[in-house]
Design a protein around this ligand. Structure first.
Ligand code: FE2
Ligand code: FE2
Length: 171
């Protein structure tokens, strides 16, 4: 454990930060798997565009898990060691893509991103001015999650519009 690195925390305990980061870490693994499996099972109109987006997001969530795990270790904590902890210790839970329709999958993913935005926004509020390094990491991740929500919503809207156009043309 790097004692000098921990000594720069002001008005917050490393344990509190690592506990919160561990919950976000569990969320990232669940988000990774959700995107991974969604990209496999998704069906319907413009599914290739959705698969490309879902795969990109899966890679980003795994990168976030990496960033968060490294920070937990720097603070003397231990990232969740067992996959069963992902479900019991998450903020955002896991939403299995039981309906493979592309619009349903995008709706589920948008909800997941909205939860991730709330989680990292709260973490930024808690660490602002108290733990600069964690604040910087969670701010970077927060920016990615905001972009994820926007990308998914834009794709959802495009598919909706495309379906409306087709319906108009066959009337
Ligand atoms: Fe993430
Ligand atoms: Fe995300």
């Amino acid at each position: 454990m790097a004692t000098r690195g921990i000594s720069i925390l002001k008005g917050i305990e490393a344990k509190e930060v690592t506990e919160l980061l561990n919950k976000a870490y569990c969320d990232e693994w669940l988000a990774y798997y959700q995107y991974f499996i969604e990209s496999k099972v998704v069906k319907g109109i413009m599914k290739d565009a959705a698969i490309a987006e879902l795969n990109q997001h899966a890679a980003d969530e795994l990168r976030h898990a990496n960033m968060v795990a490294d920070r937990i270790l720097q603070l003397g904590g231990t990232p969740a060691l067992h996959p069963k902890d992902w479900l019991t210790n998450s903020n955002c839970a896991y939403d299995a893509p039981e309906d493979p329709n592309v619009l349903s999958i995008l709706e589920q993913s948008i909800k997941g991103e909205q939860c991730a935005i709330s989680t990292y926004s709260a973490l930024a509020d808690i660490t602002r001015g108290k733990d600069i390094v964690t604040y910087d990491i969670v701010s970077q991740i927060l920016a990615d999650e905001v972009e994820h929500e926007e990308d998914l919503q834009a794709l959802y809207d495009d598919i909706h519009e495309f379906i409306a156009e087709i319906k108009k043309n066959i009337q």
